[in-house]
Design a protein around this ligand. Structure first.
Ligand code: NAD
Length: 227
C-alpha cells in the first residue's frame, strides 16, 4: 500500500487531503501540532517549529511514497510592526520545515527512483500580501519546488506545488473582513474554494499526474488575485 505523509492534517486543507488519499486507498500519516477532531490514519504529534528535529522525526515515520507539505501559519500584523516571534514562526513552519522535510525524504526517494512531493503555496506568492512574511515564504515555496524538481528529476521524483486562493478554513476565517472582501471581488465564481477542491489538486499531483509534470505550480485560485 502506498504511503503519504500530510503535514497540518489536523484540520482544513490538510485534513481534506488526508481524506482524499485515504479514499484513494493510500496509507495516510497525519502530522500536526494539534488535532482538534478527527485523525485520518496514523497520527504524528509534531510541532514543525522544531526544524532541527525533523530528520529524526522523518526517519521514525519511515519511507513515504508522497510528501504533502501543507502546514502553514499566517498572522495579520501591520507590515511595519511584526512581532519577532511571528516572523520566526512563519519562516520556520512555512519555509524551513518544508525544506527540511523534503531533504529528509529525498534520499530514500532517490534510492527507490520514485516519489512525489507536493508543496502548498498560495495565490499570495504572486501578489503583495498584508502579512509580509507569509507572502515571502509562500513565494519561497515556489523556488523550493523548482530547485528540488531540478535536483530530483534525474532520479524519477516529481516535485510540484499548488497555489490556492481563498479557501474555507480557519486560516481564511481569521483574515479581516476588508481583506476577504478585497480577495472575493476578484474571484470569477464569487465563492470561496472548498478544502476538498484543493485536496483533489494535491491528490492528482501527488499520485496520478503524468511524470513529465514537475516543477509546476497548479493555481487553484479562480482568478483571485487581489492587489
Ligand atoms: N485557507 C486559505 O485561504 C489558503 C489560501 C492559500 C494557501 N493556503 C495554505 O494552505 C495550507 C493549509 O492551510 P489551511 O487553510 O488549511 O489553514 P488551517 O489554519 O485551517 O490549517 C493549518 C494546519 O497547520 C497546522 N500547523 C500550524 N503550525 C504548525 C506547526 N508548527 N506544526 C505542525 N502543524 C502546524 C495547524 O495546526 C493546522 O492544522 C497552508 O500552508 C496555507 O498557507 C490556505
Amino acid at each position: 500500500m502506498r504511503r503519504v505523509l500530510v503535514t497540518g492534517a489536523g484540520r482544513g486543507i490538510g485534513l481534506a487531503t488526508a481524506h482524499a488519499f485515504a479514499a484513494a486507498g493510500w496509507q495516510v500519516i497525519s502530522l500536526d501540532k494539534e488535532f482538534a477532531g478527527e485523525v485520518v490514519g496514523e497520527r504524528v504529534d509534531f510541532d514543525l517549529r522544531r526544524v532541527e528535529e525533523i530528520p529524526a522525526m522523518a526517519a521514525a515515520v519511515g519511507e513515504v511514497d508522497t510528501l504533502v507539505n501543507n502546514a502553514g501559519v499566517l498572522y495579520c500584523d501591520p507590515v511595519d510592526a511584526i512581532p519577532e516571534e511571528h516572523r520566526r514562526e512563519i519562516l520556520a513552519v512555512n519555509l524551513e520545515a518544508p525544506a527540511a522535510l523534503i531533504a529528509a525524504v529525498a534520499a530514500g526517494m532517490k534510492v527507490r527512483r520514485r516519489g512525489r512531493i507536493v508543496n502548498v503555496s498560495s495565490v499570495s506568492a504572486f501578489t503583495g500580501h498584508p502579512d509580509l512574511w507569509y507572502g515571502i515564504t509562500k513565494a519561497g515555496v515556489l523556488n523550493l519546488t523548482k530547485t528540488w524538481a531540478r535536483a530530483l528529476g534525474p532520479h524519477g521524483v516529481l516535485v510540484n506545488a499548488v497555489a490556492p486562493g481563498p479557501t474555507r478554513t480557519r486560516m481564511y476565517d481569521q483574515l479581516p473582513q476588508s481583506r476577504r472582501d478585497e480577495v472575493m471581488r476578484a474571484v470569477y465564481s464569487g465563492r470561496v474554494c472548498e478544502p476538498e477542491e484543493v485536496a483533489a489538486a494535491i491528490l492528482w499531483l501527488g499520485s496520478a499526474c503524468p511524470e513529465y509534470v514537475s516543477g509546476v505550480t497548479l493555481d487553484v485560485n479562480n482568478g483571485s488575485y487581489p492587489r
